[in-house]
Design a binder for this molecule. Structure first.
Ligand code: UT7
Length: 328
């Protein structure tokens, strides 16, 4: 038995922040942002809107599209680095807000690789035969941890999320293989330094702006290019496949140049790569499920098509996944 994706959904908050808006906030330019990252726009949550609100909208759309009732949901996994609270999982809040009274759930923290980690976890729990209807969400409110006076980070990130419903499948349809990695020796290069048990919140941590994302962009870039390209190629090799066999590649959307390098390494032409970083920026755990929902909406996947996912993020964490598209 495999686990397969039987519904997809996305949620992008209404408010938008363009490169031209950012030009008025920090010393940057539309030209710099577009040429270095590929980003033109990003969405930001409204006042009082949090990750569980986005997750709830995503979960409701999944229920609508699948025809499932909230009572039928067994498990909710939320990949996020920006939960509503340090204690109380976003998954529990979503469970309550949609009335999934028979579900349990928890959050998975793996930064930009979070959705792939959560999808693998959900798939394995479905394959165990114990759970039949599993909601997997990737969503981040990056604006809650971004310093909008720091041009190194504020131009890159946006808010948003997406999700899928996983159900059991047979006949080789569904999630076929995955390769996942973590290397905590890279933790200092992309992190939020304070607010955890090492540096609890204090006046000092606030004064030093330690609750915002810190990124050593150049170092992360080097690791991201190498590892996302390597892991994408490796999963094809170990399944005796080439880029010709892949219908669609959905990479994490962190930087257009990283996406292009990974696609090239796998021999995938631009027509096989989904890129939407221009519209949303980097939504961390949200990028892959948002892109997947767009792929479904625009009919870019048909039954039996091979879908390749790949991600790289803080931790460091990275991984790839192969999916044979279709219903059970
Ligand atoms: O999603 C999780 C994983 N994250 C990633 O994969 C991100 C990986 N890193 C990157 O995508 C890129 O490193 C960035 C987009 C973050 C930065 O691009 P870069 O080409 O590596 O730029 P840089 O950091 O080397 O900076 C080059 C110059 C610097 O000026 P000097 O020192 O050469 O005078 C920066 O101060 O660009 C400057 N700079 C900016 N200039 C205008 C940095 N940010 C900006 C900005 N606008 N927003």
């Amino acid at each position: 038995m495999n686990a397969t994706i039987t519904a997809t959904a996305r949620y992008l908050p209404e408010r938008k922040l363009s490169n031209f808006d950012l030009e008025k906030m920090v010393d940057t330019s539309d030209e710099w942002i577009r040429s270095r990252t590929g980003i033109e726009n990003r969405h930001l949550v409204g006042e009082g809107e949090a990750t569980s609100d986005m997750g709830t909208e995503i979960a409701k759309t999944l229920l609508e599209r699948s025809g499932k009732t909230p009572e039928e949901i067994d498990l909710i996994l939320v990949a996020t680095s920006t939960p509503d609270y340090p204690v109380v999982s976003t998954a529990a809040l979503v469970q309550d807000k949609i009335g999934a009274v028979n579900a349990w759930g928890y959050d998975i923290v793996a930064a930009c690789t979070g959705f792939v980690y959560a999808l693998e976890t959900g798939a394995k729990l479905v394959e165990s035969g114990t759970y039949k209807n599993v909601i997997v969400i990737g969503a981040d409110t990056m604006s809650s941890i971004i310093d909008y006076t720091d041009r190194n980070t504020c131009v890159i990130f946006g808010d948003g999320g997406g999700g899928v419903l996983l159900e059991p499948s047979e006949n080789g349809i569904g999630i076929l293989d995955s390769i996942l990695h973590a290397d905590g020796s890279g933790s200092q290069y992309l992190t939020v330094p304070a607010g955890g048990s090492l540096h609890p919140a204090s006046k000092d941590t606030v004064d030093k702006k330690m609750h915002y994302v810190y990124q050593d962009g150049k170092t992360v870039y080097k690791f991201a290019v190498k590892n996302m390209a390597d892991v994408s190629k490796r999963i094809l090799d170990q399944n005796n496949l080439t880029g010709d066999d892949v219908k669609l590649f959905i990479p994490h959307q962190a930087n257009r140049r990283i996406i292009d390098a990974a696609a090239k390494r796998c021999g995938l032409g631009p027509e096989k790569v989904l890129v939407n970083i221009n519209r949303y920026g980097n939504t961390t755990a949200g990028t892959i499920p948002i892109a997947l929902d767009e792929a479904v909406e625009t009919n870019r996947l048909e039954k039996n098509d091979l879908l390749l996912l790949a991600a790289f993020g803080g931790g460091f964490t990275w991984g790839s996944m192969l999916i044979r598209w279709g219903d059970a």
